[in-house]
Design a protein around this ligand. Structure first.
Ligand code: FES
Length: 101
């Protein structure tokens, strides 16, 4: 799937991923602002992204444990996801994620 990240320094980075988490793909490719400090176990929020509103159906909403983490983040809104919790699949193709950190 083709996944586009918009970083807080306004870079647009489009990557091709086939498996694993969106966070792992971003970290492997050095996407600025996605740190993945907890290794993808939903406990650090350094992988926070805002999903483009029109793409929200591709990921679905945050899970309950994810929402609990996001509540600690001032930057969170209804389009927030922790991208270690988004599994790459064809369903994501064309998605645009804005890095929230
Ligand atoms: Fe820590 Fe996603 S990498 S919450």
């Amino acid at each position: 799937a083709q996944i586009t990240f918009i970083t807080n320094d306004n870079q647009t980075i489009t990557l091709e991923g086939t498996a694993g988490s969106v966070m792992a793909l971003a970290v492997e490719n050095g996407v600025s602002g996605i740190d993945g400090d907890c290794g993808g176990v939903c406990s650090c929020a350094t992988c926070h992204v805002h999903v483009a509103p029109e793409d929200m159906h591709k990921t679905g909403p945050a899970s309950e444990i994810e929402t609990d983490m996001l509540e600690l983040d001032d930057n969170a809104n209804e389009y927030s996801r922790l991208c270690c919790q988004i599994e790459i699949s064809g369903a994501l193709d064309g998605i645009v994620l804005t890095v929230a950190n």
